[in-house]
Write a protein that binds this ligand. Structure first.
Ligand code: BES
Ligand code: ZN
Length: 593
């Protein structure tokens, strides 16, 4: 047996799956997905074939000719789920598994109509990264294996299904009140990029190859917010090579979506908290778009190399931002990232193994150690390599890297071998070993300077000595600059100072969630009562983990805010995604009283 991904029972001595054919029905009443999947193997095989499953109820396993195949379900392990071992008769190339999903499939979230903008129809969506595809699909659930897929998805007639794939033909009516939609994904992707969402959806075209999907109540706002996506795609293509996925569509989900964005190919999933009304949060779109090269073309081999996906993508996102809006804007984004990195390192402890880039996560749930480290420490390391060899050489390197490894999965070691061949000596000069294998942030981390940024930070750091921004100054700041200012204010302020800030900056009423949440974090941590109502509204609605962690964290500082947190969580928990609920529980476990 060759086990090479600590989070999968994929055995590299066995045949790989190359294609999946889904025939699935989405049952909102029972909150189950049921039907069958046919796996095509790379070669005719016999003997054991190990698949990942979690919570799936298997009805039968057969060859495509209908011969039954023996199978055995292993013990359920808390993180990994259970191994489904098939014993293939000689010459088996296709396997058909009939099954349905379990009751608490973490890869699926089912929303009641009240949790949507329209409040009339239910909604469901998948989130398979890092290791949740196995809760909907029996498969080799590791990014070391890539598959193409076809799907026939049957949904209630009033609803629309979308996938990380292209649509095929028009939906056809099937049994009463249902219809079947077909999809094809001709490019090979890892299982974590398979995605499905079903709801009351409308769409607007944004350009020749981009469209946005959202609930009818939000689709106009979404089309306005993301109207600038085509120039973004073009800027990315100039740096990283042609966009290989045909279309770049986006789906705006209901607010319980636990992430800011998810780079499902051809259909990025986005949180509605990006709809700030001023296009100030499109950096998340830029990030998910950049994954079209770093992540989706060149994929981390396992979650131990997750920084390859996120570190390169954050670096790429900021290069695109720089190309579109200039180095000052990019410097602001690097500064915001650095604050997030320092916060994560503080949370884990500076010598924690979860602050290294190349991790060793055997026995560890990747969701439990999700943080800014692979993003921000990873992107700083990429930027350091860039600075070490100069931009021109590094840009050639990046293109070569993408060309050499596109549609494959890579490990940190494979990357570094390639770096050594293409940029001899650069890794040693940058101190790569310390960056990759030791905890904390090395002292040679790049710093991105800008005069206006330094002035903003200095002004915030002078708060205690009475420094205050002048109205004209405030008016000149971009939303990101205002965020930097708020990030550098003291974490607790007297009531009068909270009142001054809110009056001058109109923070509680903001629609930009980055600013709003940063403000609420300070205000709640200061026990500032006038924001309690707004905080309650946000926490009852929004499930984005990036916001839940600091808000519930700040609520833990005072007895009456702790009581408020418990009251809000009791009401909100049933509407949160399991992942969001777990994050909040882990924060509240650390409350003092
Ligand atoms: N791929 C990630 C989201 C993810 C990572 C989901 C690991 C599950 C496991 C996505 O590209 C991402 O990084 N989203 C960020 C966006 C931000 C960095 C601009 C988010 O959700 O906040
Ligand atoms: Zn990402």
């Amino acid at each position: 047996m060759s086990r090479s991904d600590p989070h999968s029972c994929f055995d590299s001595a066995q045949a790989r799956t190359t294609h999946l054919d889904f025939d699935l029905a989405v049952d909102f009443d029972r909150r189950r997905v049921a039907g069958q999947v046919m796996l095509t193997l790379e070669r005719p095989s016999s003997g054991p074939l190990d698949l990942d499953t979690k919570g799936l109820v298997i009805a039968s396993v057969r060859t495509d000719g209908g011969r039954s195949i023996a199978y055995e379900t292993g013990a359920e392990e808390p993180i990994l789920g259970s191994r489904l071992r098939l014993t293939l008769p000689a010459g088996t190339e296709k396997v058909v598994i009939a099954y349905e999903t379990g009751a608490d499939a973490i890869g699926l979230q089912w929303l009641a109509p009240e949790q949507t903008a329209g409040r009339r129809h239910p909604f469901m969506f998948t989130q398979f990264q890092p290791i949740h595809a196995r809760t909907m699909i029996p498969c080799q659930d590791t990014p070391m294996v890539r598959v193409t897929y076809d799907a026939a998805i049957t949904v209630p007639e009033a609803l629309t299904a979308v996938m990380s794939a292209g649509p095929v033909g028009e939906p056809v009516g099937s049994e009463a009140g249902m219809r079947t939609v077909r999809f094809a994904m001709p490019q090979a992707i890892p299982s974590y990029l398979i995605a499905l969402a079903v709801g009351d959806l409308a769409s607007r075209d944004l350009g020749p190859r981009a469209r946005v999907w959202a609930e009818p109540a939000t689709v106009e706002a979404a089309a306005w917010e993301f109207a600038g996506v085509e120039p973004m795609i073009q800027a990315a293509e100039r740096m990283f090579g042609p966009y290989e996925w045909d279309r770049y569509d986006m789906l705006v989900l209901p607010p319980s979506f636990p992430y800011g964005g998810m780079e499902n190919p051809r259909l990025t999933f986005l949180t509605p908290t990006l709809l700030a009304g001023d296009r100030s949060l499109v950096d998340v779109v830029c990030h998910e778009l950049a994954h079209s090269w770093t992540g989706n073309l060149v994929t981390n081999a396992t979650m131990d190399h997750f920084w390859l996906n996120e570190g390169f993508t954050v670096w790429a996102e900021r290069r695109i931002l720089e190309a579109l809006h200039g180095p000052e804007a990019a410097a602001v984004s690097w500064a915001i990232g650095r604050v997030a990195l320092d916060e994560s390192v503080k949370r884990f402890g500076a010598d924690s193994p979860f602050t290294v880039l190349r991790t060793h996560l055997e026995g560890v749930d990747p969701d439990d150690v999700y943080s800014s480290v692979p993003y921000e420490k990873g992107s700083l390391f990429v930027a350091l390599l860039e600075r070490t060899v100069g931009r021109e050489k590094f840009d050639r390197f990046i293109r070569a890297y993408i060309e050499r490894f596109h549609f494959t999965s890579v490990t940190t070691e494979e990357l570094m071998d390639f770096v050594e061949r293409q940029l001899p000596g650069a890794a040693a000069k940058a101190g790569a070993d310390e960056w990759l294998n030791r905890p904390g942030v090395p002292a040679n981390a790049p710093v991105f300077r800008s005069a206006s940024l330094e002035a903003i930070v200095a002004l915030a750091e002078g708060w205690a000595t009475g420094a205050r921004p002048a109205p004209a100054q405030l008016a000149s700041w971009s939303p990101s600059e205002l965020l930097v200012y708020l990030q550098h204010l003291p974490r607790q302020l007297p009531e009068a100072e909270c009142r001054w800030l809110d009056a001058e900056l109109k923070l509680t009423g903001r629609g930009n969630y980055e600013i709003l949440v940063e403000w609420l974090t300070v205000a709640l941590g200061s026990d500032y009562e006038p924001v309690f109502g707004r905080a309650r509204d946000v926490l009852l609605k929004v499930g984005r983990m990036k916001y839940l962690r600091p808000l519930y964290g700040a609520l833990g500082r005072h007895p009456r805010t702790r009581a408020l947190a418990r009251e809000i969580f009791a009401a909100a928990a049933p509407t949160y995604h399991t992942l969001s609920r777990r994050v909040v529980e882990s924060v509240m476990e650390k409350y003092d009283g």
